[in-house]
Design a protein around this ligand. Structure first.
Ligand code: PLP
Length: 350
C-alpha cells in the first residue's frame, strides 16, 4: 500500500529543511521533538503519562528495539515467556541473546489469550520476561483489560518485565474496537515497556521507524545497548515521524478501510473452502485452520503454492503452537485476493 501523501510530504519537508542540521549523526537518545510527540501521543491516545526525557526512545523499527531489549536482559539460562504462535523475530531475538524460550500457547479455545496458570512454577522462577502482543500477529486476536490485569499480576508475582508489542494498535478493522495500551494499567510502568511501529500503520516498513516507551530503567538499558551498536534514527525521519504522530487518525483511516475490505474478501473466500477462521478485529492477517485432510501447515501451504501459485504462510513458522494453521496476509489488493481465493476453490485441493 502507498503511504498517505501527507506522510511523504512531511518526510520531504524534513529532507529540505535548512533550519536544522538533519543530516548529521542524531543524538543517541533521539530528538526531543520526536520524544515529546511520543509523549503527547500516549496522553491523547491512551491517557498515559510518558516522560519524554526518560520513558521514550526512538527506534530504527521496533524489531531493532525488541532484539536489543533481549540482549540487555537475557543471560544464559534466563527464560523468556513468549506467547505462541508469535511474530517469529521474538524467537530469533531470544536465541541471539542466548536465552531460553518458553512458548505459552495461544489457543482458539481461549480466544488466543495465554493461560498463565499453565506455565510450570520452575519455568516461571527462571523467567525474566513475559512478552505479549495484542492486536496479535499472527492470530488477529485482541486484548481485554481483564487479560492485561492478569498479565500484570502474574508478572508482579514472579518479578517479570512485561514487554507489550502494540505494532497493530492503530490497525483496527472493526469500528467498535479500539486497542488499549498495556501502560494504561495502574502500576504498569513499574515493570512494563511497550513497542510501537510505524511500519504497517503508515505503510512505511522501509523507513525503519518505531519507538519504545515505559519503564525508565528498561528504556535506559536498551539505550545502553543501542549506544554501542548504532546511531539511532535519521533526524529528518524523526521530525517527520513527530508530525505524523501528531496528525493522528486522519492519516490512518483510509488504510484501515482498505485492509477491512481485504479482510472481508479473504473471509468470503474461506467460507466455501470450509476453512475456519475467526474474523480479525485488527491487524493485517487472517489466521485460518488447515483442512482436516492435511497433516501439517507446511504440507498444506506447499500444496496451495504448487497447485495455485498462492502463498499462505505455514503456521509452524510462527512457533510450536502455530501448527494446524496458515496465516493469510492482507497485503495484496482486494481483486487479487478474490482471484487467489477463487483459484484455491477451483483447484480442488481443499
Ligand atoms: C508484532 C510485530 N512486532 C514488530 C514488528 C516489527 O516492525 P518494525 O518494522 O517496526 O521493525 C512486526 C513486523 O511485522 C510485527 O508483526
Amino acid at each position: 500500500m502507498r503511504p498517505h501523501p501527507k506522510v511523504i510530504e512531511e518526510f520531504k519537508a524534513a529532507l529540505d529543511d535548512t533550519e536544522h542540521q538533519n543530516h548529521r549523526y542524531p543524538p543517541f537518545h533521539g530528538l526531543p521533538e520526536f520524544r515529546e510527540a511520543i509523549s503527547r501521543w500516549y496522553k491523547t491516545r491512551f491517557g498515559v503519562d510518558i516522560d519524554p526525557k526518560t520513558e521514550a526512545l526512538p527506534l530504527i523499527g521496533s524489531k531493532e528495539g525488541i532484539a536489543k531489549f533481549f540482549l540487555a536482559y537475557l543471560d544464559e539460562g534466563d527464560v523468556a515467556l513468549i506467547t505462541s504462535p508469535c511474530y517469529p523475530a521474538y524467537i530469533g531475538a531470544v536465541a541471539v541473546a542466548g536465552g531460553t524460550l518458553h512458548e505459552v500457547e495461544l489457543s482458539p479455545a481461549n480466544d488466543f489469550h495465554p493461560d498463565l496458570d499453565s506455565i510450570p512454577a520452575e519455568v516461571a522462577a527462571k523467567a525474566e520476561v513475559l512478552l505479549i502482543n495484542y492486536p496479535n500477529n499472527p492470530t488477529g486476536a485482541v486484548e481485554t483489560r481483564r487479560l492485561y490485569e492478569n498479565v500484570l499480576s502474574f508478572a508482579a508475582e514472579h518479578d517479570l518485565i512485561v514487554v507489550s508489542d502494540i505494532a497493530y494498535a492503530d490497525l483496527s478493522l472493526d469500528p467498535g474496537y479500539r486497542a488499549m495500551s498495556f501502560l494504561e494499567l495502574e502500576g504498569a510502568k513499574e515493570r512494563a515497556i511497550e513497542f510501537y511501529s510505524f511500519s504497517k500503520t503508515y505503510s512505511v516498513p522501509g523507513w525503519r521507524l518505531g519507538f519504545v516507551a515505559g519503564n525508565a530503567d528498561v528504556v535506559k538499558n536498551i539505550l545502553s545497548i543501542k549506544t554501542n551498536m548504532d546511531f539511532g534514527v535519521f533526524m529528518a525521519m524523526q521530525r517527520a515521524g513527530a508530525r505524523v504522530l501528531d496528525a493522528g487518525d486522519d492519516l490512518i483511516r483510509p488504510t484501515r478501510e482498505t485492509y477491512r475490505k481485504r479482510r472481508d474478501a479473504v473471509m468470503a473466500g474461506l467460507e466455501p473452502l470450509g476453512m475456519k477462521a475467526a474474523e480479525p478485529k485488527a491487524t493485517i492477517y487472517v489466521w485460518a485452520s488447515i483442512p482436516g485432510s492435511y497433516r501439517s501447515s507446511m504440507e498444506f501451504a506447499e500444496r496451495v503454492l504448487t497447485a495455485t501459485g498462492v502463498v499462505f504462510a505455514p503456521g509452524r513458522g510462527f512457533g510450536t503452537y502455530g501448527e494446524g494453521f496458515v496465516r493469510i496476509s492482507l497485503i495484496e489488493e482486494e481483486a487479487r485476493i478474490a482471484e487467489a481465493m477463487d483459484r484455491i476453490a477451483s483447484s480442488g485441493i481443499v
